[in-house]
Design a protein around this ligand. Structure first.
Ligand code: NI
Length: 253
């Protein structure tokens, strides 16, 4: 089982990080990708990846921090992404819900990091909130799927997922598919398995039955279980297929 998107470096785990990671691995989640949202979290992710064989890192600047993005930052990210356990660029994207950074800065950081990913021949991890049209447009213009990528915590429609697939991009579902009457669950029902990877976005978006509590990559179990229910398929069979998708997308060993 693979959690393709978590933030184990966040301070939410400062008191018990080692324990959470140990429990997760012992619980059968044998690989995790720690996702950077700026320079320091990207570095912390790499440090975790050096400490734990089971952890990989994604390097990038979240749209929230896009106003801090510069040529200097880009050069630093490029160096970090050369690390053997750096498996992706991200999370990058557009967030027009919070708008913590001006949209212009978000678009600039997004485009430049897509180009960085292409240069590094790495897949991208994309965060989209209230900005699906604009994001898909930019992804297409930048030919973003060249080395693959994933639209994380997929917030779009089935039609949007088709457009992503046409660009060689996958979609990731997380804890939200376990929520009652979740729109994401209805979308997941229609998206072909070969286009799906799973994630937790821990410490956020905790799945049922732990909703409201701190999330853990261990709980990706509940996301796999829910998807197996949605797809009316055997759990072990689904696990094998989904893990294969993640391994090939991120070139995991
Ligand atoms: Ni995230």
């Amino acid at each position: 089982m693979i959690d393709t998107h978590c933030h184990l470096d966040f301070e939410n785990y400062d008191d018990d990080r080692e324990e959470v990671i140990r429990e997760t691995i012992e619980g059968g989640v044998d690989r995790m990708i720690n996702i950077g949202i700026d320079e320091s979290t990207s570095i912390k992710g790499l440090e975790l990846s050096e400490k734990y064989e089971n952890i990989y890192a994604s390097i990038g600047y979240h749209p929230h921090s896009a106003s801090e993005f510069s040529k200097q930052v880009q050069d630093k990210l490029e160096r970090l992404a050369q690390h053997p356990k750096a498996v992706a660029i991200g999370e990058v994207g557009l967030d027009y819900y919070r708008n913590y950074s001006p949209r212009e800065d978000q678009i600039n950081a997004f485009r430049r990091q897509i180009r960085l990913a292409a240069e590094m021949e790495l897949p991208i991890v994309v965060h989209i909130r209230e900005a699906m049209e604009e994001s898909l447009k930019i992804l297409k213009e930048e030919n973003a799927g060249e080395f693959g990528g994933v639209l994380h915590c997929f917030p779009g429609s089935y039609e949007d997922s088709r457009r992503a697939l046409d660009m060689n991009l996958m979609v990731a579902f997380g804890g939200t598919i376990t929520f009652n009457n979740a729109r994401a669950a209805k979308v997941a029902e229609k998206v072909p398995l070969k286009q799906i990877v799973l994630e937790t976005d821990a410490p956020f978006l905790t799945p049922v039955p732990f909703r409201g509590k701190r999330n853990s990559p261990l709980y990706v179990h509940y996301v796999y279980k829910k998807l197996a229910e949605i797809k009316e398929t055997d759990f072990a069979e689904l696990e094998k297929k989904i893990d294969k998708n993640a391994v090939s997308l991120f070139n995991l060993s």
